[in-house]
Design a protein around this ligand. Structure first.
Ligand code: GLV
Length: 321
C-alpha cells in the first residue's frame, strides 16, 4: 500500500514521528534550510504544523491534495480557519491534554512573582544571604483576589489552584458561565475585574478582538499593587504600554510566559525592569504533556487522511465527510 504524503514543519517529538511514519512518507527539512512549506505542499495530503507558521489562503491554494492539518497546540491564531473550511480541510488542535500542565505553569508564575522565588534564588547565588542584605519581600496570596480573563478549561484549573491558596476568584468571559456557582467564581465585567483584582491572569485566545486588550487605559484602571500574569498570547498585551506601566510603578509586577515580539530579544528594554519575570512560552512544556499533544496531533493527521473525523477539530463543519 502506498504511503500518505505528509509535510512536517519544525521539530516533532519522536513518539509522534514514529506514529506518522508507519503510514506516511514524511517531508521534513532542517531549520537552517529555507522554508520549503509551499513547495512541499504541492503534493502533500497532510500537514503537521510544529513550527507555528502562518497557514493562509495563498498557502492552501497551492496545496490541492491537502486533506488534513494538525498542530500540537491549543491556540491556533496562526491558522486561517475560514480558509481551511473553504478548502474543506479539517484543522485539529490539542485542547484538553495540556490543561493541567498549563495551569501549573500559569499559577507557578503567579506564585513565583508574588513570593519573589526567582529573585530569592538570584540573591542566594549572588552571595547576599551571607552579607545580610535585605531580602526581596513578596506579597501574600491568602485573602487576595485573582481575576481570570478567559475562564475556559485552563482558567478553571488555575482557579482551583488559587482557591487552594485561599484566594477569591473573579473572572471575565463574554458571558457568565452557567456553572460559576460550582466553580466558586464570580463574574465581573472587564472594567470591574481590572479595578478589583490583585492578580490578573490572562488566558484569553488571541483574536482581532483581544489583540491589545491590555493597554495604557487598562493599566490605568488596575490597582497600583496589581500583578499581571499573561499565559495566553503576547499580543493580547501592548508591550510598550506594559513597559510604561511597570517602569512608572503604575502596576506592581508582571509575569509573562508569552511576549510580543516572541521570542523577546535579549536586549529588549522590558528585560531591564526589576518588576518582571518572563518564561519562554513553556505553558505546556512537560515531557508528558508535550508527548500527549504530539500524539494527539499525529492521531488527527492519520484520521483525516483516512477520511475519518478528527478527535479534536476546530472547524467541525468539515470534520465529517
Ligand atoms: C501554546 O501556547 C498552545 O497554544 O498550546
Amino acid at each position: 500500500m502506498s504511503k500518505y504524503k505528509v509535510v512536517v514543519t519544525g521539530a516533532v517529538l519522536p513518539s509522534a514521528l514514529s506514529a506518522l511514519e508507519e503510514q506516511c512518507e514524511i517531508y521534513r527539512w532542517n531549520n537552517n534550510e529555507p522554508d520549503e512549506t509551499a513547495k512541499r505542499l504541492q503534493a502533500a495530503e497532510g500537514l503537521f504544523v510544529a513550527s507555528k507558521i502562518q497557514i493562509n489562503e495563498a498557502l492552501l491554494a497551492g496545496a490541492p491534495n491537502l486533506r488534513v492539518i494538525a498542530q500540537p497546540a491549543v491556540g491556533y491564531d496562526n491558522i486561517d480557519i475560514a480558509a481551511c473550511t473553504r478548502h474543506k480541510i479539517p484543522f485539529g488542535n490539542t485542547p484538553g491534554v495540556l490543561v493541567e500542565a498549563t495551569a501549573d505553569l500559569t499559577f507557578g508564575l503567579l506564585l513565583t512573582s508574588a513570593r519573589r522565588i526567582h529573585e530569592g534564588w538570584d540573591w542566594v547565588r549572588a552571595g547576599k544571604w551571607h552579607q545580610g542584605l535585605p531580602l526581596p519581600f513578596g506579597v501574600d496570596l491568602y485573602n487576595k483576589t485573582v481575576g481570570i480573563v478567559g475562564m475556559g478549561a485552563i482558567g478553571t484549573a488555575v482557579a482551583k489552584r488559587a482557591q487552594a491558596s485561599g484566594m477569591k476568584v473573579i473572572y471575565n468571559n463574554r458571558n457568565p458561565r452557567p456553572d460559576e456557582e460550582l466553580l466558586k467564581a464570580e463574574y465581573r465585567t472587564f472594567d470591574q475585574l481590572l479595578a478589583e483584582a490583585d492578580f490578573i491572569v490572562v488566558l484569553t485566545p488571541l483574536t482581532e478582538e483581544s489583540r491589545g486588550r491590555f493597554g495604557a487605559k487598562e493599566f490605568a484602571q488596575m490597582k497600583s499593587t496589581a500583578y499581571l500574569i499573561n499565559a495566553s498570547r503576547g499580543p493580547v498585551v501592548d508591550t510598550q504600554a506594559l513597559y510604561a506601566a511597570l517602569s512608572t510603578k503604575q502596576i506592581a509586577y508582571a509575569a509573562l510566559d508569552v511576549t510580543d515580539p516572541e521570542p523577546i530579544p535579549a536586549d529588549h528594554p522590558l528585560l531591564k525592569l526589576p518588576n518582571l519575570l518572563i518564561t519562554p512560552h513553556i505553558g505546556s512544556a512537560t515531557m508528558e504533556t508535550r508527548n500527549k499533544m504530539a500524539l494527539l496531533a499525529a492521531e488527527n493527521i492519520l484520521l483525516g487522511l483516512a477520511g475519518k473525523p478528527l478527535v479534536t477539530c476546530v472547524n467541525a463543519e468539515v470534520n465529517y465527510r
